[in-house]
Design a protein around this ligand. Sequence first.
Ligand code: COS
Length: 384
Amino acid sequence: MDFNMPEDVEIMRTTIKKFVEKDLEPISQQVEEEARIPDEIVQKMRDLGLFGLAIPEKYGGLGLSTIAEIIVYEEITKTNACFRSRIGTSNGIGSIGIYYDGTEEQKKKYLPRVASGEWSAAFALSEPEAGSDAANIKTTAELDGDHWVLNGMKHFITNGDCAHLFTTLAVTGKKESGRSEITAFIIEKGMPGFSIGKKEKKMGLKGSETTQLLFDDCIIPKENVIGGDAMIGQGFKTAMRVLDKGRLTMGACALGASQKLLDMCVDYAKQRVQFGKPIGQFQMIQAMLADMATEIYAGRQMLYHAACMRDEGRKITREASMAKLFCTEMASRIADKAIQIHGGMGYMKELPVEMFYRDVRLYRIYEGTSEIQRMIIARDLLKD
Ligand code: COS
């Protein structure tokens, strides 16, 4: 596979780099402290088309290839991770299920709003009893004449507070095997019986909202099943396909953060003097830098390779899990070394190293823990 990027991908990379340097990085600390992204920055993201990265041009998006999208996320996660979370959740797991399996009518109705950034989207799968065991959700949806009635709750929902559209998974029956039959719905903010619950206080990603969603006899039109009647009971597969792609994105976030940390460490190792010389001249520091760079090189190859496979229309379930597993575990190792290289300064809020350390920890958990990625990889290896 050839990683010589087409010119338009490189132009995109340069545009995002400039946006990060000029607009995002200067307010990274402010966003961390205020736990919100200023409206004018969200507007700039809209103006750049970032809310429609992966959405086809036909529906108002930029229609980027997977590899181009991965590169955008790699660049944008070199600063505060919540900027990526705001856009990536919306045009990624929040709405991509509609693109995959929605009816043409649903695509035309919802995707342009998401692509323009007028509406944000969220993905509502997780529940207190259904984290890794995603099929164990308890939220139910019952058909009552011309509408569905949803009851239950979701938690740990990224973009919960700012989203207008929620791709929501609910149980609509039981299969012969005894397992739940799961259907994917489009829920709009303001639908009767739907409300936003508790806002979570988190270890990191402070500028990204994480909330509960409450469904109390929530009434939604019959036509809001993603894909229409033919897709009733098929929602779990939609969710799994959504997560395949999401896992590549997580890998890209981990890669961007890792590269940024390495760059900071190299700079610091050149200028921090101890025992009369820059610490970069000590072999123990050199070994850490060399290991970081080597892992990043490996992680980038895996991720770009999996992205190119997806662009070729190939199934990427195993490769996406491998890339997520490797890159996210790598990011934690690298963040740990980055604190060590920066010593006491690495532990201080004056530098962003400790923020990265906290933020990258989440990547090993959300959109499937490392343990779930290993399970998916092993199942694929062992299947008939
Ligand atoms: N693409 C398409 N279909 C898929 C799929 C994929 N990647 N993965 C599974 N499926 C299908 C299976 O083929 C199966 O179909 P049939 O019923 O027709 O046989 C169905 O979905 C159920 O699959 P499976 O039996 O593997 O389901 P499990 O309950 O064992 O769970 C895992 C599978 C563990 C992979 C799933 O629960 C999971 O991904 N958990 C982590 C959830 C997660 O990432 N949460 C993060 C919250 S969202 S930010």
